[in-house]
Design a protein around this ligand. Structure first.
Ligand code: FAD
Ligand code: SF4
Length: 493
């Protein structure tokens, strides 16, 4: 007989290897305590994975499969048990993208006959197709995305992009207006299985960060599909225009909250894109959303495959400061950080612009060590996996790879945060001040960053305006700003 090992982020009924199973084959699923402590993961991340695994095992049994579901201290302990009972001739797995797990499987493959299957449809592209589509450097996401639209025939009319252009990004950057509110996302109530898992996580992983309840994430395919339906029917319309906006106590806005489900196989990226394409919503919202999944998600995964191993250590700017402790409890008087960190502690999630333009921006301007920053993202988010964290954090948010992934660093002063959010209104700092006592700390640090990397960015098309702006200032003005920046770093935790 043969065993088919399904990992906690491969919970799809569409897995290609399932189609090859014969009557006496067995599915193996392992809830390993040691895997859950590879890192101090947010408690809700552990609840999601264990609960979704247990639900998936039930669904597979209902379909007639034999499932050996093991709660064990380690993968090895579980396999020892499994071998005692079944003595399989071969072990089948679906390919993994994350390097740490790929290494584990390689070791495992030295002892046992391992047969690997492609990871489509967890992604649109297999690993080989992803690196092939990415092509040679310099990499460009817009080129990659156009290729994906054509290859998978998405939003095309007679081979041309629907609406006459490939991207409606320029229409999707509206600042929030006063009184803006959004249709709410579905929050799911934990069932008996999830409640059991919450108890286990509370007792076994009590030293892990984050709140364990209220837990509202979808843990089954049915729940994930309900969340998708609500999103395309009621929330996609406002996703487009306010994609980059941030509003106090609105951590969800019109974002889909589907990444956690997509990344563990509860939804295939194909079904999410198809549902969006059929929605009754403006094309700019539909295209804006499709671009995130068919474009950014696949692009990030392709870059990860091309740059690993080694990428986890990049630190172009040689930033070495420690990540402050308020990243774990949101206790800071910088209101934009407080507003962005609160939902992470409570639900292991916040939206893209908070991740990029508040937290990533903070880490770059406050010169935080990139590895500490990416470790924090990897541990604290419900949707975090190596393949998606490293390119997004090290490449996109911190520019720590020197520009391999993105053509410019996403740094901004307090003025940007003030324009795109209502956070500054309730902050003790003033986004319009740079050197005054109450100046927003992002402002002087922004100019310190430009000053320190003047030479590098003077040749960058998208940065050279800011470099010229800095160079055109009087020396004594520059000295005051740099002194304020130095003081800000000395005073910050
Ligand atoms: P929506 O705003 O509704 O977007 C729709 C979907 O598009 C998401 O569900 C996701 O599947 C996909 N998507 C959008 N942008 C990206 C992207 N840049 N990379 C990959 N997929 C994307 N995404 C993760 O899935 N896991 C992470 O750990 C993660 N870490 C991030 C860290 C930083 C610093 C940044 C800047 C981005 C990160 N992202 C990550 C990408 C993005 O922020 C999240 O996918 C998104 O916020 C998830 O919420 P949502 O489902 O409501 O997304
Ligand atoms: Fe953030 Fe500065 Fe605005 Fe305060 S003033 S919320 S620190 S950007």
């Amino acid at each position: 007989m043969r065993s088919f090992w399904i990992l906690g982020n491969q919970l799809s009924h569409e897995l290609e290897m399932l189609k090859q199973m014969k009557e006496d084959d067995v599915i193996v699923m392992i809830e390993a305590t040691s895997r859950a402590t590879w890192r101090p993961y947010h408690k809700q991340k552990l609840v999601l994975i264990f609960s979704a695994m247990r639900h998936f095992a039930e669904e597979l049994r209902d379909k007639g499969y034999t499932v050996d579901y093991q709660e064990a201290d380690s993968f090895q302990d579980a396999w020892d048990e499994h071998f005692k009972q079944y003595q399989p001739d071969e072990i089948h797995v679906t390919a993994v993208t994350d390097e740490p797990m790929a290494k584990k499987l390689k070791q495992f493959g030295k002892k046992h006959k391992l047969v690997e299957h492609a990871d489509v449809p967890l992604f649109y592209l297999s690993k080989e197709e992803a690196t092939e589509t990415l092509g040679d450097e310099p990499w460009r996401m817009d080129r990659f995305y156009r290729h994906m639209r054509k290859r998978f025939d998405v939003l095309l009319e007679d081979g041309k992009p629907r609406g006459g252009k490939w991207s409606f990004d320029a229409e999707n950057r509206k600042p929030p207006k006063k009184g803006l509110s959004f249709p709410s996302a579905i929050h799911f109530r934990p069932d008996a299985i999830t409640k059991d898992v919450i108890e286990k996580v509370e007792s076994t992983f009590s030293d892990h960060p984050g709140e364990v309840t209220p837990f509202h994430w979808p843990v089954t395919h049915t729940e994930a599909r309900r969340a998708l339906k609500r999103f395309v029917e009621e929330r996609l319309e406002t996703f487009g225009p306010y994609q980059d906006a941030m509003v106090t106590d609105e951590p969800e806005m019109s974002h889909s909250l589907l990444s956690a489900a997509i990344n563990i196989g509860l939804l295939t990226p194909h079904e999410v894109v198809e549902a969006a394409c059929q929605a009754d919503a403006p094309l700019s919202s539909i295209e804006g959303f499709v671009r995130q999944i068919l474009g950014w998600r696949e692009y990030m995964r392709a870059v990860y495959l091309a740059v690993m191993p080694g990428y986890e250590e990049v630190n172009t700017f040689k930033h070495e400061r420690d990540l402050p402790s308020f990243f774990w409890d949101a206790k800071t008087d910088l209101n934009c950080l407080h507003q962005s960190l609160k939902p992470v502690v409570a639900h292991a999630h916040n939206h893209h612009i908070q991740r990029l333009m508040v937290l990533g921006n903070y880490a770059t301007l406050f010169e935080i060590n990139p590895k500490q920053t990416s470790d924090w993202f990897n541990e604290m988010y419900i949707d975090a996996y190596d393949w998606v964290v490293l390119p997004n954090v090290l490449g996109m948010a911190l520019h720590a790879d020197g520009g391999k992934l993105a053509t410019k660093p996403y740094v901004a002063s307090g003025k940007y945060i003030d324009r795109m959010s209502d956070y500054c209104r309730d902050c003790p700092y003033n986004p319009k001040h740079t050197t005054e006592e109450d100046a927003c700390p992002f402002n002087a640090l922004y100019w310190r960053f430009i000053d320190r990397h003047e030479e590098r960015f003077s040749k960058n098309q998208r940065m050279k305006m800011m470099v010229r702006n800095w160079q055109g200032r009087d020396d004594d003005v520059k000295a005051d700003i740099l002194a304020k920046a130095e003081q800000t770093l000395t005073d910050s935790p």
